[in-house]
Design a protein around this ligand. Structure first.
Ligand code: FUM
Length: 542
């Protein structure tokens, strides 16, 4: 849908203030950044994480008592697809050294590095190999690999972005491994954007002190995923089983992880995998639509690995901290929630209210930026109403071409340009209407720098892990995280598999978990069956 006439009228106010904003920008004059105290105040008042009625205390498990989002609590306090009393693992359908659950960037990286250690590796995934948030990641991957930058500066920025709640050991690993990861990806064939002289093009992201964002247009994740998948399937020939999500982990009598139970989505058949070590790389929970927010996430992001590991006794951190990306599409309706990369603001676009005025520095960390947009659309009554009564603010993309010249938007944001053109909106000439969208799960399983969880023989990599980003992640640290911790977990799991002897795998832990649920009055048949595997949109319509 092209913008309706009333929106076109409002867009004139954006154009009216543009020349002055461009002039200021050329002279380095920007909207003032918020002080630490003002930022904290804004978060408490407007960030969705701080809405008290959106959370409740977990009644069972290792993190009992922690207040977490209601939607996540619902699926953790629930029963699964299998009856532990009736289930017998029998002869396994697959036997391997390292089982990787999840076919996105973290799982694929883990599989490649586990195989490079000589381990037998099986990668299983819920949908197709590559159906993952990695594929949807647009803006870039951070690494301090330019002479004027350093891993220490990257460390400080990352800790600051996370409000210094991050685990310093995990952040050290993240930033120290980053330059090596960029070289590895390039060697595998990732086509990063380059300067005329052939050096890497690097850009700013929100909350960064140096330009260290490496990108491939506005499709960086898709380019990385293309390369990893190609390496797994065509070069290394690692075994991949698609359309077969894990529905439970298998643990032996000593509580060590010893495999998983899968459910084939096409046939409904239950399959068992016996393995010496297991790596969970199932990503996040955007498709749980916390508080009814739309999401940038892929269709399968339903927190499956979190459910499985929680039942197995894993400890979690920061499960209450969710990232709302400031710039999700709010119009046209068909694209609601889809990501508009932060790189658009990195290139010079500013956020404006209904009067065409700036109200926030465009590259604050995401939680601050989102809170400012929510405030503008609520208390300040300065948002723009859509035909279906949603609110948003303008992201002035035409400003980019005013600063950088004609053709820049289509060349540098080809995916976004086409996505909007389909609806008759030329984003090099008209701004985009945006509102925060559910983007990332900051918390997850507690890990060591090698991705080990509190359950023996169970590792985790990527969004299902917590602590790396503390309460708020910086842009581009997620594509980095999946590669750094995918590599570390892959190597460590392969090495541990060499010396590991598991007993008889079973579901004893599940019996124990169900007993705890019953003791708390949570009975079978009341809540959802989890992992939910796919979002239940059909059930919610009509
Ligand atoms: O804005 C973005 O391109 C998103 C990147 C990220 O979440 O790291």
């Amino acid at each position: 849908m092209a913008y309706p006439d009333y929106m076109k009228e409002l867009i004139k106010k954006v154009a009216d203030t543009r020349n002055k904003r461009v002039e200021d920008s050329r002279q380095g004059i920007s909207f003032p950044r918020l002080s630490l105290e003002a930022g904290e105040e804004l978060l408490k008042k407007y960030h969705p994480d701080y809405r008290e009625n959106a959370k409740r205390a977990l009644a069972v498990g290792k993190n009992r008592g922690d207040r977490i989002p209601n939607e996540l609590a619902d699926i953790l306090e629930s029963y699964g697809h299998l009856d532990p009393v009736l289930f017998s693992p029998g002869e396994p359908d697959f036997s391997t050294d390292v089982l990787v659950i999840g076919g996105g960037g973290a799982g694929s990286t883990a599989a490649l590095f586990a195989a490079s250690e000589g381990a037998r590796v099986l990668l299983v995934t819920k949908l197709r190999h590559g159906d993952a948030n990695t594929m949807m990641a647009e803006g870039g991957i951070q690494a301090a690999d330019k002479p004027a930058d350093s891993p220490s500066a990257h460390f400080i920025d990352t800790m600051g972005g996370g409000h210094f709640t991050n685990s310093p050991g995990l952040v050290s690993a993240l930033v120290a491994d980053a330059p090596g990861i960029i070289s590895w990806l390039e060697q595998l064939g990732v086509m990063f954007d380059k300067e005329e002289d052939g050096t890497m093009l690097t850009l700013h992201g929100g909350g960064t002190s140096k330009k260290r964002m490496h990108s491939a247009g506005d499709m960086t994740g898709a380019e990385i995923m293309r390369t990893l998948r190609d390496e797994i399937r065509n070069t290394k020939g690692i075994d991949v089983v698609e359309f077969s999500p894990a529905v439970e982990l298998l643990l032996d009598e000593a509580g060590r992880c010893a495999g998983a139970v899968l459910k084939n989505l096409e046939t409904g058949r239950i399959l068992t995998v016996r393995s010496r070590t297991v790596i969970i790389a199932t990503g996040g929970m955007g498709r749980l639509h916390l508080q009814g927010f739309p999401t940038t996430n892929h269709y399968g992001a339903t927190a499956d690995g979190i459910v499985l590991a929680y039942r197995a006794g894993a400890e979690f951190v920061f499960l209450d901290a969710t990232q709302f990306h400031p710039t999700g599409v709010v119009y046209p309706e068909q694209n609601i929630g889809l990501l508009i990369t932060e790189k658009v603001r990195g290139a010079g676009a500013q956020l404006l209210n209904i009067r065409g005025e700036q109200f926030v520095y465009p590259l604050e960390p995401r939680d601050i930026e989102s809170s400012a947009i929510i405030r503008e659309c609520s208390d300040h009554c300065s948002g723009i109403k859509t035909p279906t009564e949603r609110y948003g603010v303008w992201l002035d993309s035409p400003m980019i071409e005013a600063l950088k010249g004609k053709g820049f938007v289509e060349k540098n944001f080809p995916a976004k340009f086409r996505q909007f053109m389909r609806y008759g909106i030329d984003i090099s000439k008209e701004p985009m209407l945006i509102y925060p969208t559910l983007h990332y799960q900051n918390g997850g399983m507690k890990i060591t720098p090698d991705g080990e969880t509190s359950v023996p023989n169970l590792f985790v990599a990527g969004e299902a892990a917590g602590g790396v980003h503390g309460r708020n992640r910086l842009m581009g640290n997620s594509l980095l995280d999946i590669c750094v911790f995918g590599r570390r977990a892959g190597i460590a799991a392969a090495q541990m598999a060499g010396g590991s002897v598991a007993g008889s795998p079973g579901l004893h832990h599940l019996e124990k978990y169900y007993k705890e649920l019953e003791e708390r009055g949570i009975l079978k048949g009341k809540g959802p069956v989890s992992p939910v595997l796919l979002p239940d949109y059909a059930g919610k319509i009509g």
